[in-house]
Write a protein that binds this ligand. Structure first.
Ligand code: ZN
Length: 266
């Protein structure tokens, strides 16, 4: 049965947030999307947002009427208040304490607060994000308790009920693939493979069974391992086993030009 509430999905164009978007479309009567630009080194993932929305409309017409407006918000001020490898020309490395230096402290808190203002204005009372404790890299603002506390703070601050849904919170990457299959079958798996983006290096020249990417960065590792585990577990069927190197000259340059989006809705 459809939940009559209206939802806003934090949507980056990655695998996780695309799965969240479909999860919300199946569940809620009306769903809008929001994305943020904040001076990322490149915008490959954001470039996937419009095609993914368009493909969802075309391939899943029973959800099309639920998919509402898209909001793209300029948060370039993040570059002014943070100092990380995400937006600077620096290499990714692990810092003491186990957090990669790509971490923008509290970024998801900011995203949700800005999203809440728009949600309130648009009469949307649910926010959906792809945060996950299972595969997370130690980001405290992805934790379940952080987001539960934020839900309470935002609801009090707006004096209106605001639910934060995180359908991937306790799933690993294999289970996220399985969820996509459960929600939209083989066509959705193919859509995720072909149109979403995960690779830290923004590489869309090499096409693998699990999607585009350099195949060697941590994000590609996670996505590939999840895909393989999902297939091996008999949870799904291979839709396309092509593993095509579209550019034989491409070589892995570790973290040379990197866009990491570790937290909000990959
Ligand atoms: Zn990669």
């Amino acid at each position: 049965m459809t939940d009559t509430r209206r939802a806003l999905v934090l949507f980056s164009g990655g695998q996780d947030s695309t799965t969240c978007l479909v999860w919300a479309l199946q569940r809620y009567a009306h769903v809008e999307t929001i994305g943020f630009t904040y001076g990322q080194r490149h915008l490959v993932e954001l470039d996937c947002r419009v095609p993914v929305r368009e493909q969802l409309r075309q391939q899943f017409p029973h959800w099309a009427h639920r998919l509402g407006a898209d909001h793209l918000i300029d948060l370039s001020l993040l570059g002014q208040i943070s100092d990380t490898a995400l937006t600077d020309e620096r290499q990714i490395e692990m810092k003491a304490g186990g957090l990669p230096n790509t971490f923008v402290p509290g970024r998801n808190l900011l995203f949700f607060n800005f999203a809440a203002v728009i949600a309130h204005r648009r009469s949307l009372s649910v926010m959906v994000g792809g945060m996950c404790e299972t595969d997370f890299s130690g980001y405290p603002d992805c934790r379940d308790n952080t987001l539960k506390a934020l839900q309470v703070a935002i609801s009090l601050g707006l004096d209106a009920p605001m639910t934060i849904d995180t359908p991937l919170m306790w799933l690993d990457k294999a289970q996220t693939w399985a969820l996509a299959e459960q929600l939209g079958g083989e066509p959705l798996i193919e859509l995720v493979v072909e149109h979403t983006h995960t690779c830290y290096l923004g590489d869309r020249r090499q096409r693998h069974a699990w999607g585009y990417g350099c195949g060697m960065c941590p994000a590609c590792d996670l996505r590939r391992n999840g895909y393989d585990t999902w297939l091996d577990g008999g949870m799904g069927v291979a839709t396309d086993s092509r593993d095509t190197d579209l550019d034989s000259e491409s070589a892995f340059t570790p973290f040379a030009d990197t866009n990491v989006d570790p937290g909000a809705g990959r």
